[in-house]
Design a binder for this molecule. Structure first.
Ligand SMILES: Cc1cc2nc3c(=O)[nH]c(=O)nc-3n(C[C@H](O)[C@H](O)[C@H](O)COP(=O)(O)OP(=O)(O)OC[C@H]3O[C@@H](n4cnc5c(N)ncnc54)[C@H](O)[C@@H]3O)c2cc1C
Length: 405
């Protein structure tokens, strides 16, 4: 397999590099390190636009304008809805180059999950109402799928929605509603027919978070961040026109992922950069006692980062060939999230006792405490978006053809 760019891909890559050089606001260049430590969702420019002030908000506006000119804020959406209609290989290159420049990530639940879902299943009225404001960063979306008894086994969800005239009335609880304290809308899976088989009686609904009866309780993570929440719904009235797709068929609506680039390339780039900094640090540190012990481990990480690039390229090339990655995407997810943890752990070993420093601004904190903070914060990476065990089940059954346990 030849992973090198074709002439057209090389030209597109050069175009993206030029775009980043000319249009990425100085704020984003200068704050790349600090931005690595803020809540994942809040690294999106959309957050900066809604909640930032001064230079931060101005940078988000400038970046939004630059992206909008080319439709690159939603590269996988069709042009008529403000996207760029890029091929999956172009999306892959775009993500790669933006990650290399530490530009804000493309996506967020609104553009990566909800947008494609509306494009396929939404009414024209829903597309008109939600797509453009989402792209402009005026609507921030949370995702309300998981519940206390429904995570890996999502189809067990119990939050009820009962039809009452032109409305549904929702009662129940969602768990792990990331960014629920900042989002103004949420897309939810709710049970509309409790008597149907469990994948059947579910509907996909769009709910304004400011509706009476919605409440949000914070969950603080082990890295002292408030990124996610419990959300409660008490007699929340939602217009029936905000059901997406057919009622009771919401399970299938919720699983839509229109030709969305799923290669983990941004993570591969981030791992490569972090490891490069780590190696620089080791090579600059002439103390004889640490490096030899860690040499084999660092070499292993270096090889693993290249493996991740290869997994990413494999997924991208499958998508480019019109295939839908299945267990291959699970391999990428497991490998990328576990590698993030391994690179951070190797970093903490390299830094020895200095790895105890948590502050990113303390001059003695090596690499701005990046490895230490990642080590603690990215524990959840192997749980969110489908745990490693669930991904391994997919790899075992669909990839290796093993029987279900
Ligand atoms: C920080 C964070 C943010 C999140 N954000 C969101 C969000 O915004 N919106 C949202 O809807 N959800 C969100 N989630 C939920 C996430 O998708 C679930 O946590 C995840 O799917 C696992 O579900 P669970 O926590 O209920 O664990 P469980 O499903 O109860 O699993 C517990 C353990 O059992 C293992 N296990 C379960 N079933 C199997 C099986 N069949 N075979 C082998 N092992 C199994 C799991 O791997 C895990 O180790 C978030 C979670 C976290 C931690």
């Amino acid at each position: 397999m030849d992973w090198n760019d074709s002439a057209e891909q090389a030209a597109f890559r050069a175009e993206v590099q030029r775009f980043v050089r000319e249009r990425l606001p100085a704020y984003y260049r200068d704050t790349a390190v600090q931005r690595g430590f803020i809540e994942e969702a809040e690294r999106d420019w959309q957050w900066d636009m809604m909640y930032g002030e001064g230079e931060r908000q101005g940078a988000a506006q400038a970046w939004a304008t630059a992206l909008a000119e080319r439709g690159w804020g939603a590269p996988h959406w069709p042009r008529e809805y403000g996207g760029a209609g890029l091929s999956s290989m172009e999306q892959f290159i775009l993500r790669w180059e933006l990650a290399s420049a530490d530009a804000p990530v493309i996506g967020g639940g609104g553009t990566s999950l909800l947008g494609p879902t509306l494009l396929v299943h939404g009414t024209e009225q829903q597309k008109q109402q939600f797509l453009a404001p989402t792209l402009r960063g005026e609507i921030l979306w949370a995702q309300g799928y998981s519940e206390p008894g429904a995570g890996s086994d999502l189809a067990s969800l119990q939050t009820r929605a009962v039809r009452d005239g032109d409305e549904y009335v929702i009662n129940g609880q969602k768990l792990w509603t990331s960014a629920g304290h900042k989002a103004n809308w949420i897309f939810m899976l709710v049970r509309t027919d409790p008597n149907a088989p469990k994948h059947r009686g579910i509907s996909f609904m769009l709910v304004d978070m400011r509706t009476p009866g919605v409440s949000v309780r914070p969950i603080e993570s082990m890295s002292w961040r408030h990124a996610t929440n419990e959300t409660f719904y008490e007699d929340v009235r939602v217009p029936a026109a905000q059901v997406v797709g057919e009622p009771n068929r919401g399970w299938y609506v919720g699983m839509t992922l229109l030709d969305f680039e799923r290669s983990s390339i941004a993570s591969a780039v981030a791992q490569r950069q972090q490891l490069a900094q780590l190696l620089e640090h080791v090579l600059a540190d002439r103390s004889p006692h640490r490096a030899p012990l860690l040499r084999a481990e660092l070499a292993e990480r270096r090889v693993e980062v290249e493996v991740l690039f290869n997994l990413s390229l494999r997924i991208a090339s499958m998508q480019a060939a019109g295939m839908i990655p299945n267990y291959e995407a699970s391999m990428g997810k497991v490998f990328s999230t576990e590698l993030t943890q391994r690179v951070a752990r190797t970093g903490t070993k390299v830094f020895g006792l200095y790895a105890n420093l948590w502050s990113t601004s303390e001059p003695l904190s090596p690499m701005h405490a990046q490895c230490t903070q990642t080590y603690v914060d990215r524990t959840v990476g192997t749980v969110t978006g489908g745990s490693s065990e669930i991904q391994r089940n997919i790899i075992a059954t669909r990839g290796l053809g093993l029987p279900r346990g």
